[in-house]
Design a protein around this ligand. Structure first.
Ligand code: ZN
Length: 244
């Protein structure tokens, strides 16, 4: 059996402590809800630890990052409070092979902007609109179990194009919103040896991380983003006589 994927879920953990609606949806914090989703979907295939902004080094010491295969990032109100030294360290780990999953407002995080090299800004509107998340790459592992059509989130914040990112290497989801906008909602990138997935759903005042499909996508993304390096443990390759 392959080793468990070591996931660290990072959350700035601010809105949950200052906004009653957010606290209602995420009484223990968005990071804990995401951790629950990973345990439910991946069981013993995953180990989960948490890290938050207020911890020393934001909970992302060299030791923690060295033991992290996939880092999930949720931030919104305090991107500028994330220390550049920590951003440098996370970037280095991605280049070495750690997977990074940037959720929702993490589009404006220092680490995502650093890895993309563009402004990463977008249009937005908070009006409790319906979002239809279309699967545009049904064979992609991140879309496993989602079906080949779409799923809907009944009330969410709208994000619209233009989304100022480099052209994604793969586009897995495109969202349509009630107001008419569209958005590249599920995008993959490679940076060095690391894989990066941006996934749009997740505004803090709606219970988006309790949505079954959203949880499934994040669990799929963890499996997809795990480092692919390591030692081949299967059969020895037979080289025919005279061809060695
Ligand atoms: Zn939001």
């Amino acid at each position: 059996m392959s080793q468990a994927i070591r996931v660290t879920v990072w959350n700035e953990f601010i809105h949950e402590k200052s906004n009653d609606t957010v606290a209602l949806h995420y009484p223990h914090g968005i990071h804990v809800t995401l951790g629950d989703a990973l345990h439910k979907h991946l069981a013993e295939q995953v180990t989960v630890r948490f890290a938050t902004l207020d911890e020393p080094e934001h909970g992302l010491s060299a030791e923690v990052l060295g033991q992290t295969d996939v880092l999930i990032w949720w931030g919104h109100a305090a991107h500028d409070r994330v220390a550049d030294a920590v951003v440098d360290r996370v970037q280095q780990r991605v280049l070495e092979g750690m997977g990074l999953i940037a959720l929702h407002s993490a589009h404006a995080s220092k680490i995502f902007q650093r890895l993309m090299g563009t402004g990463c800004m977008l249009r937005w509107r908070e009006a409790a609109e319906l979002e239809r998340v279309w699967v545009v790459d049904p064979s992609h592992p991140i879309a496993a179990g989602i079906g080949d059509e779409y799923f809907e989130i009944p009330q969410t914040e709208m994000y619209g194009e233009f989304f100022d990112i480099p052209t994604p290497e793969e586009l897995v989801f495109i969202s349509w919103f009630e107001g008419g906008e569209v958005f590249r909602s599920g995008c993959t990138f490679k940076r060095g040896k690391g894989k990066v997935f941006y996934f749009r759903p997740g505004h803090e005042t709606y219970p988006v991380y309790h949505h079954a499909m959203v949880r499934r996508v994040i669990a799929n993304a963890v499996q997809w983003a795990r480092p692919q390096g390591g030692v081949y443990r299967g059969e020895a390759i037979n080289v025919p006589e005279g061809m060695g």
